[in-house]
Write a protein that binds this ligand. Structure first.
Ligand code: NAD
Length: 385
């Protein structure tokens, strides 16, 4: 069976779903690996490296493949070229890709969404949201350090002492904790806040100070945050304002699954920051934690420069691709059985929680119920209101 690795075509996407270093893992599972020429170019991976690792180059890999692995969802014309019954494994933000999901259903594809891999211990090695959040969190800290016109660490020199930078991080999930760790390694003083109960301890374990706003914690299902009420949001802003006004740099990474990113910082709060302050909003693309941040741009609010993140993992395509490719290898391993003669057979077990949870379409049907309802309406017998 053939696993295809296409060249990513979405604007700004520099990552690739498989790296030469891991091609051997797929051939070891018994697959042939077909890579589109130039697939790894933006991640500085050459066609020759893929071939040396055991892959073949094929400009039409998508049409012959049994499984297509990509970072971004396939383009609509690529979906039409899929072999009937072929599988796709990629990020697939179902809420934003309803037309594409309908196309995948119509061509009989078995589509898996990396975002939907359940966050259970057994699936940790397949968790691409986490692997890419790690890259984003690191990058946010580096961007803040690069934009700030002062030292991060304390410097005690013969010419006097330079005080360390003071950083505030909002949201301490995978990305936020990595941003905290990176700022700490650079020597800054870091304070952080998150609404989850477990977060304060996690923040402290990174060597940062946990900001206590004396507000209730907000935890939803699966250890994720819940959405705030208007009143709670207002109170949180009021109590955070003095910490933000005192900070040299603010990094925001807060998200609530399936919702727009919560607005945590108003432009008035940014305007109260000191001259030369820096704001890095990782959530810019999904609505923004900071009012006025624009994805992919640096805007000026008051005295601060506000950087809005846009496909941040793509700014470090080498490591981001390597981590993503390992997630892909791990999920493919789960979905592979061995035929006689050691050929790999792609045979996902739909009884498996990870397979069932991440499957969006299969055999002409939409398996992910909220997406099915959004595209096809309520199922028979289900009330419409
Ligand atoms: P995320 O990307 O959904 O959100 C980022 C952070 O923003 C979260 O920590 C969240 O609590 C925080 N947040 C939301 N609203 C906020 C607000 N109003 N103010 C401040 N902060 C706010 O989160 P994530 O990085 O995916 O991690 C969320 C949880 O999932 C964590 O507990 C993490 O440890 C857990 N997790 C589990 C697994 C696994 O078991 N496989 C993998 C990754 C993460």
């Amino acid at each position: 069976m053939i696993v295809a690795v296409p060249r990513e075509t979405r604007e700004g996407e520099t990552r690739v779903a498989m790296v030469p270093e891991l091609v051997g893992k797929l051939t070891g599972l018994g697959y042939e690996v077909a890579v589109e020429p130039d697939a790894g170019r933006h991640a500085l991976l050459s066609d020759e490296e893929y071939v040396e690792a055991g892959a073949v180059l094929d400009a039409d890999a998508i049409s012959t493949a049994d499984v297509v692995v990509s970072v971004q969802p396939l383009a609509r014309d690529a979906v039409r070229r899929l072999k009937r019954g072929a599988a796709t494994i990629s990020f697939l933000p179902v809420n934003q890709e309803l037309t594409l999901v309908a196309d995948l259903r119509d061509v009989g594809a078995t589509a898996f969404a990396m975002e939907l891999v359940p966050r259970i211990s057994r699936a940790q090695s397949m968790d691409a949201l986490s692997s890419q959040a790690l890259v984003s969190g690191y990058r946010c800290a580096i961007v803040a350090a690069g934009m700030l016109r002062r030292f991060f660490p304390l410097n005690m020199t013969a010419a006097g002492t330079v005080q360390p930078a003071e950083i505030v991080v909002l949201g301490a999930g995978v990305a936020g904790l990595q941003a905290i760790a990176t700022c700490k390694r650079l020597g800054a003083v870091v304070r952080a806040y998150d609404v989850r109960a477990a977060a304060a301890e996690e923040i402290r374990s990174m060597g940062a100070k946990s900001i206590d706003l004396e507000l209730d914690t907000l935890e939803g299902t699966g250890g994720y945050a819940r959405e705030m009420t208007e009143e709670r949001a207002q109170l949180q802003m009021e109590r955070l304002a003095p910490y933000i006004a005192d900070a040299d740099a603010l990094i925001t990474t807060a998200a609530v699954p399936g919702r727009q990113a919560p607005l945590l910082v108003t432009s008035a709060m940014v305007e109260a920051m000191k001259p030369g302050s820096v704001v890095v909003d990782l959530a810019s693309e999904s609505g923004g934690n900071v009012e006025g941040s624009v994805a992919g741009e640096v805007t000026r609010i008051g005295n601060a420069s506000v950087w809005g993140g846009k496909n941040v993992p793509a700014s470090m395509p080498g490591p981001a691709s390597r981590l993503y490719a390992q997630n892909v290898v791990n999920i493919l391993t789960l979905m592979t059985s061995r035929a006689e003669g050691d050929a790999g057979v792609f045979a996902p077990d739909f009884e498996d929680e990870i397979v069932a949870g991440s499957c969006v379409t299969h055999d002409g049907a939409i398996r992910h119920e909220p997406t099915r309802a959004a595209i096809e309406g309520p199922s028979e017998g289900e009330p419409t209101s």
